[in-house]
Write a protein that binds this ligand. Structure first.
Ligand code: EPU
Length: 433
């Protein structure tokens, strides 16, 4: 097990370049197995969730060539099974896109139920509803999602509540269905659009991605393509909030500022300066942030993934703030850890955090329980006086590429060490004291 050790109290200053979007890459890699021709994907983030998905498709018989750290060439002409039932499949959330992809191409898929961060119950009923509407039979048997159809036929699907995963999965299954499919109340998140753009580059006919009605005309086949994944809005948001929280000055490069508008709006509201450029944002802050209220919502609302980062920034604000989580029911696990560092946060009715700003946080030993909550603890460590140890960094590495290296480049005093290596911790403290 590895952990981060951080000596806090230094502003982050400099430039950071954002990697490709994990949640788009998961959908795009699954989509890439829907053609027999070769697909080249660029700006693939080098993180554990993506390495796991690439391994899972290799196990299906797909040829995967990694070219450097961020490019991958995929050829799925020799898929030899539609069943994926390994620990790797169960570890990540994005493996469920293989159901839509394999069902769409072969009319059959048997994929182990997905894992991912434990941030709520995370049912997949909307995915199943969509597959069934297209004419597939779907059963959950022996821990597998078993979907099969004689043929898939386009139809109209209405989601009572939007779901990123279900929208992408149904889009995949509908691409080669007979006739037209309409998805109403579709998710509008940037990664839904990116997956649709990628599928269109392979010859699909999808219109309306990014709005709440997506129309898909079934095509008979998909072909090879070369595609570059969009930048990760959550990684970008994390560095925006880290710059603000550390009272620093950071230029965050390779971003799409439009995708960051909800974060920018909240930062401006608490008194942080945000300058927008064509493909970069600069975040500057020299003061204690003000207080605010935030509710997480589907895009273009304030993203649930940024909720732990927002709460952490507000720990040192000059007033009382309220953060309401409306997407996942169990996304405040990091709060107990923040209180060990001196934060004053009360969670009521399990979905609302009331944060009373304090003047300082102090370093402590804390433990990551999920990806974004883990990143928030790193931010807290950077904001705090003294040393913070963040345990279970494997959660953070699921979704952030070179996290500690990017933070170090901005001046954070931080290192990754083995949990059992007490000497390394002593050495770090000696070096930075
Ligand atoms: N939901 C259902 N039934 C379904 C599907 C979703 O009840 O069939 C519920 C969920 O439980 C949740 C809400 O609908 O309450 C929204 O879930 P959604 O399907 O939109 O989320 P997801 O596809 O499971 C993706 C990202 C998450 C991100 C959410 C929201 C991936 C692999 N995961 O999850 O990312 O928080 O959308 O934007 O794309 C992360 O990156 O750390 C992460 C958790």
């Amino acid at each position: 097990m590895e952990q981060y050790i951080i000596k806090g109290g230094k502003p982050l200053v400099g430039e950071v370049t954002i990697s490709g979007y994990k949640n788009a890459a998961l959908g795009i890699i699954a989509a890439a197995i829907m053609t027999e021709e070769t697909v080249k994907i660029d700006n693939v983030p080098n993180i554990s969730d993506i390495q796991i998905l690439l391994k899972v498709i290799e196990d299906l018989g797909v040829k995967v060539d990694r070219i450097g750290n961020h490019k991958v060439k995929i050829n799925a002409s020799k898929i030899n099974t539609v069943t994926a039932d390994t620990d790797s499949v169960r570890k990540i959330r994005g493996s469920y896109y293989l159901v839509g992809a394999l069902l769409g191409r072969f009319n059959k898929a048997q994929i182990a139920l997905p894992g991912g961060c434990n941030i709520g119950s995370r049912p997949i009923d909307r995915h199943i509803k969509g597959f069934e509407a297209l004419g597939s039979e779907v059963k959950i048997e022996h821990g597998l999602i078993c979907a099969s159809a004689e043929k898939l036929v386009g139809t109209s699907i209405y989601f009572d509540e939007s779901s990123v995963g279900a929208t992408i999965n149904v889009m995949l299954a509908a691409i080669m269905a007979e006739g037209q499919t309409t998805i109403e109340n579709a998710a509008k998140e940037p990664h839904v659009v990116d997956v649709a753009n990628f599928l269109n580059s392979m010859g699909a006919n999808i219109k309306g991605a990014g709005t709440d009605v997506i129309r898909i005309k079934g095509v008979s086949r998909l072909h090879g393509s070369e595609y570059t994944i969009i930048p990760d809005q959550i990684e970008a948001g994390t560095f925006m909030f880290a710059a603000a929280a550390s009272r620093g000055d950071v230029l965050i490069k390779n971003v799409i500022p439009k995708h960051l508008e909800a974060f920018t709006a909240k930062l401006l509201e608490v008194g942080v300066t945000v300058e927008e450029y064509d493909d970069a944002v600069r975040v500057v802050n020299h003061n204690r942030p003000g207080s605010t209220h935030v509710k997480t919502l589907a895009y273009p609302g304030f993203l649930t993934d940024m909720q732990p980062l927002m709460t952490t920034l507000l720990c040192l604000s000059s007033g009382t703030s309220i953060v309401t989580e409306s997407i996942f029911e169990n996304r405040f696990k990091y709060v107990d850890e923040l209180t060990k560092m001196g934060a004053s946060i009360k969670v009521v009715e399990s979905n609302t955090a009331i944060i009373t700003g304090v003047e300082r946080l102090t370093g402590a030993i804390v433990s990551a329980a999920d990806l974004r909550g883990g990143a928030a603890l790193v931010l807290a460590g950077i904001m705090a006086e003294g040393y913070t140890i963040v345990e279970n960094v494997e959660f953070i590495e699921r979704g952030y590429e070179d996290f500690e290296r990017k933070m170090q480049k901005l001046g954070a005093t931080m290192a990754k060490v083995d949990s059992n290596d007490t000497k390394a911790i002593k050495k770090f403290k000696l070096k930075v004291s």
